[in-house]
Design a protein around this ligand. Structure first.
Ligand code: NAD
Length: 269
């Protein structure tokens, strides 16, 4: 296996994407709608705009007042949905409490839903897609291997489980109701472990794992003023993705890949 770091992998992929975009007839266009002034959201949006600029994607932000009602938001989404030269549209979460998240997700044109949230979206959800692309690049052989996914959310655990099952892995999904004894039993046999919970160092380094296991840490939490993941750093496995500088970068990369794909699909139909 080629144990390249996430950072180096992302750098390499960005160079490839940049070259591809230069050769296009026009720049792919992404619209981000944000209806909050949340510190974390502001920082995620800033990161997405920065990535887009670096790669030659034309990204713009529509920042809306939190007092707008659902109908007004749906109208704006509809306009972007029907805008011919917009390839991708994302609505930054969280939304204010008076807006139905599922209704908004379902209102995005599936052909432009580059976050992969719409049930009919033709795009893979960004975090699972990024994890699988990275593992594929490493040369990880998915077929018949055991994966334990901890966390069953609609944006990470569940879509990842489906994609890994499609790759013929033996998939075990654990969650908040799983006992520690059962969790540790399954972990002992895992070739791949993915944590997407959001609890600092939930998986402590004393839990026995296979020596050649790969650990993918999706969780991001703040602990004593630092960003940390769900997995305590350890040396006794083949590879562990860091936090920060791990899955977050892969997620951002996947979004840009999806925008490019949306552009290419739009041109070819
Ligand atoms: P979520 O809150 O929707 O889901 C958390 C899941 O963890 C739930 O399914 C729950 O059953 C499970 N869980 C809770 N406590 C548990 C426990 N003690 N043992 C086992 N399972 C437990 O969260 P989410 O949206 O999937 O995000 C999870 C974490 O990943 C968060 O820290 C989030 O910030 C981070 N995240 C990072 C990225 C990235 O790009 N790096 C992307 C998405 C989410």
């Amino acid at each position: 296996m080629n144990l390249i770091s996430v950072k180096d992998y992302v750098k390499l992929r960005k160079e490839e994407i940049k070259k591809e975009i230069i050769s296009l007839l026009r720049k792919p266009k992404l619209v981000i709608i944000q209806m909050n002034d949340d510190v974390a959201s502001n920082s995620y949006v800033k990161g997405k705009l920065k990535d887009a600029e670096e790669l030659g994607i034309d990204a713009s932000l529509i920042k809306l007042d939190e007092s707008l009602n659902e109908e007004q938001l749906l109208k704006i989404i509809d306009e972007v949905n029907n805008h011919e030269t917009v390839d991708g549209l994302i609505v930054q979460l969280p939304l204010p409490k008076h807006i139905s998240e599922s209704k908004i997700k379902e209102s995005i044109n599936p052909k432009k839903d580059v976050d992969g949230f719409h049930p009919l979206s033709k795009f893979k959800a960004c975090t699972p897609k990024g994890i699988i692309s990275y593992l594929t690049y490493l040369g990880f052989n998915f077929v018949g291997k055991n994966v334990v996914i901890i966390g069953r959310s609609n944006i990470v655990g569940r879509p990842l489980a489906k994609l890994l099952l499609d790759l013929s892995m033996n998939v075990t999904v654990l969650h908040s109701k799983t006992s520690i004894e059962d969790r540790n039993f399954y972990l002992k046999h895992a070739d791949l472990v993915v944590l997407a919970v959001g609890k600092p160092y939930l998986l402590t380094k004393d839990v026995p794992l296979k020596k050649d296991a790969i650990l993918v840490d999706v969780g991001i939490s703040r602990l004593d003023g630092h960003l940390v993941g769900d997995i305590e750093p350890r040396e006794d496995v083949l590879l562990q993705t860091p936090v920060p500088g791990g899955v977050g970068l892969l997620t951002r990369l996947s979004l840009m890949e999806n925008v490019l794909e949306a552009y290419e699909d739009g041109i070819s139909c």
